[in-house]
Design a binder for this molecule. Sequence first.
Ligand SMILES: Cc1cc2nc3c(=O)[nH]c(=O)nc-3n(C[C@H](O)[C@H](O)[C@H](O)COP(=O)(O)OP(=O)(O)OC[C@H]3O[C@@H](n4cnc5c(N)ncnc54)[C@H](O)[C@@H]3O)c2cc1C
Length: 375
Amino acid sequence: MVVIGAGMIGAACADALALRGLQVAVLDRGPVAGGTTGAGEGNLLVSDKGPGPELELAVESLRLWRELADDLGAHALEYEPKGGLVVARDPRAFAELQASARLQRTAGVTAAEVPADALGELEPHLARELAGGVHYPQDAQVQPALAVAALLRRARGTGRVRLLAGTTVTGLAEGRVETDTHGPLHCAAVVNAAGTWGGEVAALAGATLPVLPRRGFILVTEPLPPLVRHKVYAADYVADVASGSADLQSSAVVEGTAAGPVLIGASRERVGFDRSLSVPVLARLAAQAAELFPVLSDVRAMRAYRGFRPYLPDHLPAIGPDPERPWLVQACGHEGAGIGLAPATARLVAQLLDGEKPFMDPAPFGPGRFGKEQS
Ligand SMILES: Cc1cc2nc3c(=O)[nH]c(=O)nc-3n(C[C@H](O)[C@H](O)[C@H](O)COP(=O)(O)OP(=O)(O)OC[C@H]3O[C@@H](n4cnc5c(N)ncnc54)[C@H](O)[C@@H]3O)c2cc1C
């Protein structure tokens, strides 16, 4: 078995396959977690998803993250089951948030309404003039690069996983993976976990997968004493996530980290792989974060970084065999949720490769759903 990509999805797939007794080679043209995984955040969220296949995948994935934290040690992943708090600025937004929480509850999500006067008990530094919020205790957090390392360590510990970093896949055919440094590798199946580059890798086999980059910036503050207890964001964030527009969307998602800096995400825009730093976007994120947490107005930003989310037009990942090439299993296009969705994605991939009944219907993630269209 060859897994292309040593990001969060590739690492989770390699681990799941190795635990089933399969021999796996993990290939990455760069270092471990050197793609989007090393350039994002580690929110594990059910709160931002409406009922449907993605939420079903997320609920299972968060359950698996809890198992991983038990098995590998929460410390090894910087796993923090801190819960999420979504807040509404006005009564209309609060009513919409409450309606969405009611729907989410029917899909296995725990969501507790928080009246405006109780928000301060959950988040003492939160702005006072909010209309209310919903608390999501299932939401959690990991440090993505650490999580990748921990999963690959366990996978390699089985003795069945080889990691070939610095190895670019240059060609794909049934039973054969061409590489630049290790010659051809022979294998029964290939898992395409190449994230934002998943479309390029699929094309090596003649398959079509319209994965596009969706850029996001993260602002990192100086280390602070604990100020923010949950992942906190305004309800408008959910609309930003769901938007298909190429234009800039931004709404602050604020989270503390074990090391002290507060991470402020997240902007979204489709500008190709443009790596230039956008001060206006960062200023907008900072202002939105300070609106939620006025105490952040006086805090210095230490640095900022950007990454490119693997975006598919319907915001769902591609998981499963290519319809015309069953040996090529796609596992990419998770956009802004690839860390959260990784363990359940890996479980689906392993079940599909093993011929086992999958834990959920994988049809909505079917890679054939885009036909031969190019975006
Ligand atoms: C700003 C930002 C914030 C985010 N916040 C969150 C969050 O809070 N929670 C969440 O769940 N998700 C978040 N995400 C999204 C998440 O980071 C991604 O969905 C996830 O990292 C995708 O993982 P991956 O393994 O599919 O891709 P990647 O980590 O990009 O891994 C793919 C790998 O494939 C390799 N590769 C590509 N082509 C080849 C080739 N030809 N040969 C060999 N190797 C190849 C690349 O080098 C790369 O390492 C965020 C993303 C961004 C940008």
